[in-house]
Design a protein around this ligand. Structure first.
Ligand code: LLP
Length: 440
C-alpha cells in the first residue's frame, strides 16, 4: 500500500498515522475507526491555497463539505482560510454550529427548500449557488420580504463530459443540476435575474464531475463559461465577477490512479481564465474552486479488526472485517477500488491475495476484491487508506450497525471528533405506537 500523508511504519513494524500507532488507536477507540490525519488535511488545504493564488487575490478555495463534514472539520477548514460549500440545511447547521465565517459559506443544491433558504438568509451566508428558475424566484421573494439582498451565482450545466463514473458525472447536458447552457436556459436565467429584486448577480458556476485526472475538461469549461459570461454581458450588462469551476480533482486510491499535482490544475485554469477574459474583453473574474475529495480523501483511513476467514480452495479467500458497506458504500456503489495494509504487520511483504468483505448481510458488501497482504489472521488490524472522502458522509446504519467513531491524529495525539454510535443511538428515533405496546 502506498503510504499517505504522515503514515509511517515504526520500529515495531506497525503502521502509524500522525505519530499514533494504529494498533493502539484500535485498542483505545475500537474498530471500525475512521482516522483523520490533520497535517495531511492542512497540507492539502495549503497546496490549493498556494497553487490557486488565493493570497494574491486570484482565486478562492471552497471546501466541498459533502466529502466529510463535522464541526471539528469546519474549524480546520476555516483556520486554513478556505470557504465552505454546503448543500443542505444540515450541512449549513453544522457550519453555523462550528462558528464558520458566514460570508465564506456557499449554498448549493438542486432542491433547496423554503426552510433552507430562510435558514441561509437568516444566517447571512456569502453566496447562493442558484440551480433553477423556481429557486431564483423564491429566493428573490424571500430576500425582498426580509429587506435583504442575496448574492447569487448561477449554476450552469455546460455540456462538458469528463471521464468518470456516470453516477458522479454532473457536467453533461442530461443532468438534474443547473441551468442548461446549450439550449439557452442559462442565458434565460441571467435575463430573468436582472429584473428580480433582492438578488445581486455575482457570477457563474459549473461542476464537470468528480475524480477527474485530465486537465483539458477544466480548460474547456473555462472557455465555455467565459463565452457565456460574454454573451450575458452583451445581452444584459451583467458582469461575471466570479467564475466557480466546482471540484472534481482526482486523487490516488490505488496504483491505477495517476493524479496530477494541484499546481497543474491551477496553472491550466488560471492561465485559460486570463487568456479568455482578455480575448473576450471581460474583466478577469475571481476563480473559485470547490475541492472535496482532494482535501480529505487521502487524509482519511479506516481501521478494522479482522474476524472470520473463509477459504474456497481454487476460488478465493474471503477475509471479513467488522465494518463494511455501512461505513464505506463506495466499492459496492461505484466499483471503487482501495488498497489495504495490516497495521500490526506493516513491515511484512505481501504473500497472498485476498478479498476483503464486510459483515453486512449482502453479497455485494465487498471492500476490496483483491488485496495483496501478508498472511492474514483473525485479530489483525486492517487499514484501508484514502477513505476520507464520501466514506463517513455516505455511511448508513444498514443491519443496525452503529456508525464508527472518528479520531483526528496529529503529532502523536488522537482526539475524538465523532463518537461511535451505540445501541441507544440506534433506538433514539424509534417510536412504538400505543397499539403495539407489549401487553403479554
Ligand atoms: N462542487 C460541486 C457542485 C459538487 O457537486 C461536488 C461533488 C464538489 C464540488 C466536490 O467534488 P470533489 O472535489 O469531491 O470531487 N459520492 C461520490 C462523489 C459525488 C460528488 C458530488 N459532487 C463519490 O463517493 O465518489
Amino acid at each position: 500500500m502506498h503510504l499517505q500523508g504522515t503514515m509511517q511504519v515504526n520500529a515495531q513494524g506497525r503502521l502509524t498515522i500522525g505519530g499514533c500507532d494504529v494498533v493502539e488507536l484500535a485498542r483505545e477507540f475500537g474498530t471500525p475507526l475512521y482516522i483523520f490525519d490533520e497535517d495531511c488535511i492542512r497540507n492539502n488545504c495549503r497546496e490549493f491555497y498556494r497553487a490557486f493564488g488565493v493570497k494574491e487575490g486570484l482565486a478562492k478555495v471552497i471546501y466541498a463539505g459533502k466529502a466529510f463534514l463535522t464541526t471539528a472539520m469546519c474549524r480546520i477548514i476555516a483556520s486554513e482560510g478556505l470557504g465552505l460549500d454546503v448543500v443542505s440545511g444540515g450541512e449549513l447547521y453544522t457550519a453555523l454550529a462550528a462558528g464558520f465565517p458566514v460570508e465564506n459559506i456557499y449554498f448549493h443544491g438542486n432542491n433547496k427548500s423554503y426552510a433552507e433558504l430562510c435558514q441561509a438568509l437568516e444566517a447571512g451566508i456569502g453566496r447562493f449557488v442558484v440551480d433553477n428558475f423556481a429557486e431564483l424566484e423564491l429566493l428573490s421573494r424571500l430576500s425582498t420580504e426580509r429587506g435583504q439582498v442575496a448574492r447569487v451565482i448561477l449554476r450552469v450545466t455546460p455540456g462538458i463530459e469528463a471521464h468518470t463514473h456516470h453516477y458522479i458525472r454532473t457536467g453533461q447536458i442530461d443532468s438534474k443540476f443547473g441551468f442548461t447552457l446549450p439550449n439557452g436556459q442559462a442565458m434565460e436565467a441571467a435575463r430573468r435575474l436582472k429584473d428580480l429584486p433582492g438578488i445581486e448577480f455575482k457570477g457563474l458556476h459549473c461542476h464537470i464531475g468528480s475524480q477527474i485526472f485530465e486537465l483539458e475538461p477544466y480548460s474547456q469549461a473555462v472557455a465555455v463559461m467565459l463565452e457565456l459570461a460574454a454573451a450575458i454581458k452583451e445581452a444584459t450588462g451583467l458582469i461575471t465577477s466570479e467564475l466557480d469551476l466546482g471540484g472534481g480533482f482526482g486523487i490516488y486510491y490505488t496504483a491505477e490512479d495517476h493524479p496530477r499535482p494541484v499546481g497543474a490544475y491551477a496553472e491550466t485554469i488560471l492561465t485559460r481564465v486570463r487568456e479568455e477574459a482578455r480575448a473576450l474583453n471581460l474583466p478577469q473574474p475571481l476563480v473559485i474552486v470547490e475541492p472535496g475529495r482532494a482535501i480529505i480523501g487521502p487524509a482519511g483511513s479506516t481501521a478494522y479488526t479482522v474476524g472470520t476467514i473463509k477459504e474456497i480452495p481454487g476460488v478465493r479467500k474471503y477475509v471479513a472485517v467488522d465494518g463494511g458497506m455501512a461505513d464505506n458504500i463506495r466499492p459496492a456503489l461505484y466499483g471503487a477500488k482501495y488498497e489495504a495494509i495490516l497495521a500490526n504487520k506493516a513491515n511484512l511483504p505481501a504473500t497472498e491475495t485476498v478479498a476483503i468483505t464486510g459483515k453486512c448481510c449482502e453479497s455485494g458488501d465487498m471492500l476490496i476484491w483483491e488485496a495483496d497482504l501478508p498472511r492474514v489472521e483473525a485479530g489483525d488490524i486492517l487499514v484501508i487508506s484514502c477513505t476520507g472522502a464520501y466514506g463517513y458522509t455516505m455511511s448508513s446504519n444498514y443491519n443496525r450497525l452503529g456508525r464508527p467513531a472518528a479520531v483526528l491524529v496529529r503529532e502523536g495525539n488522537a482526539d475524538l471528533i465523532l463518537k461511535r454510535e451505540d445501541y441507544n443511538d440506534l433506538l433514539r428515533n424509534d417510536v412504538v405506537p400505543a397499539r403495539l405496546v407489549w401487553t403479554r
